[in-house]
Design a protein around this ligand. Structure first.
Ligand code: HEM
Length: 409
């Protein structure tokens, strides 16, 4: 691509559609942002700009440029452009997603990746995941022949899996199910608010008026969450004070509270961090996972040939009357490829969580100013014919064969 230089000055901003004075491109946005951006990319190229009120948006739509943002310049782009609703919902941005790059950012990732989500800890909570899934399979098995709301069931199952891993073996009986229902409602409302375009984000001068009431609503939901977390943390501290739970199961909250006590004096993990991490896991992990599973079910139900092949593989590897374990996945390349294909076709966050350069930089030969909101349209990258050939994904099965060749040869 030839890019006009600015007579020895910095490269120009990327091209983009014309906007209107003051509002920029806001009035033309389609609620299905990823498909709208894909159409614009066909006209303006793999990197283009648009004005969202006073905010400059940059959209990346090719894997080569995504690599420049997410890998080659990952430190510059480590920050997120966090909407006001996101800040309010995460104790003022103290969670792993919103924290700006720095010691706290590093500390939270270290806690998550090294201490909490390592293989040993994940293995130690395997029983909690298995128990929950078996409960759901049993529930569904008993309703064979009757209509079932898969999305609803998957949401509850994943939420239960996550909350069980977070503070599992200690929340008892009825209390757990009522918490489940309350969480479901609060999580759905929160993700809805996070996805609602907010004038306060596009015109920071208007933020104090909270014209759409999004900040107020989010505040209310965050307070509900905080109360639930307080109850759960108090329960956990009480049980640990009495010598631990009866089952001996370890959960993430236990790890987090232990790490908080061990406290690194320079960048300590505080109670606010603990709660913000719980929030990330519950809000970030539930709808993403359950929507992906729902899409997988829809795709295979619409493609009986693929369903048959997956069932045949399961019968051969696991056995007809046996139960699938997580450890089987390495011997189930076809099922694995189906899941990867579903994630390609239906990425849960088609524009990721917008990134935000901490300093002005260059991507694809264009200037990206500090503070811009950078969307990486993975939905479009996943459909790039130069990467994926002329395939229609799961509809033809070609991609599955291709993926299987790549992954399992
Ligand atoms: C199918 C399931 C899931 C999908 C498709 C998914 C997708 C994503 C995506 C696209 C991002 C943003 C990446 C970026 O902007 O660069 C992300 C970040 C994140 N996800 Fe997930 N996610 C899933 C499940 C989960 C689960 C189960 C958890 C936790 C229990 C979780 C916790 C997080 C956290 C904490 C972040 C922020 C990471 C960071 O900023 O470094 N996600 N996820």
């Amino acid at each position: 691509m030839y890019i006009k230089s600015n007579k020895g000055g910095p490269p120009p901003y990327p091209p983009g559609p014309r906007g209107l004075p003051l509002v920029g491109n806001l009035p033309f946005l389609d609620p299905e942002l990823h498909t709208y951006f894909a159409t614009l990319a066909r006209r303006h190229g793999p990197i283009f700009k648009l004005w969202l009120g006073n905010k400059l948006g940059i959209v990346i739509s090719s894997s080569a440029l995504a690599r420049q943002v997410l890998k080659d310049q990952d430190t510059t782009f480590a920050n997120r452009d966090v909407p006001i609703a996101g800040l309010v919902g995460t104790y003022g941005g103290r969670d792993i997603v919103s924290n700006p790059y720095g010691p706290e950012w590093r500390m939270l990732r270290k806690v998550c990746a090294l201490k909490m989500l390592n293989n040993t800890t994940l293995d130690s909570v395997y029983d909690l995941r298995r128990r929950q899934l078996r409960e759901t399979v049993g529930y569904m098995y008993n309703r064979v022949g009757s209509p079932l709301n898969i999305g609803e069931q998957m949401f509850l199952t994943i939420l239960n899996v996550i909350t069980n891993m977070l503070w599992g073996g200690t929340v008892q009986g009825n209390e757990r199910s009522s918490l489940g229902a309350e969480f479901r409602q609060v999580v759905s409302e929160m993700t809805g608010l996070l996805g609602t375009p907010n004038l306060s984000d596009f015109y920071p001068g208007l933020a104090r008026f909270d014209l759409q009431g999004i900040e107020k609503k989010m505040n209310g939901l965050a307070r509900k969450f905080d109360k639930i977390f307080d109850v759960i943390i108090d329960q956990r501290l009480k049980i640990d004070g009495e010598g631990g739970n009866k089952t001996g199961d370890k959960d993430f909250l236990q790890f987090l509270l232990q790490l908080k006590e061990e406290g690194d004096s320079k960048t300590p993990l505080t109670m606010i961090h603990v709660k913000a991490l719980l929030m990330d896991m519950v809000v970030g992990g539930s709808e993403t996972s359950s929507n992906s599973i729902e899409f997988a079910m829809v795709e295979v139900m619409n493609k009986p040939e693929i369903l048959r092949k997956a069932q045949q593989e399961l019968e051969e590897v696991v056995g007809k009357d046996k139960i699938v374990e997580e450890s089987h996945i390495h011997k189930l390349p076809y099922l694995y490829a189906v899941m990867k294909e579903v994630l390609r076709l239906h990425p849960a966050l088609p524009l990721l969580v917008p990134h935000c350069p901490s300093e002005t930089c260059t991507v694809g030969g264009f200037t990206i100013p500090k503070g811009a909101r950078v969307f990486v349209n993975v939905w479009e990258v996943h459909r790039d014919p130069s990467v994926w050939g002329k395939c229609s994904g799961i509809q033809s099965g070609e991609v599955l064969e291709w993926q299987m060749g790549l992954q399992w040869k």
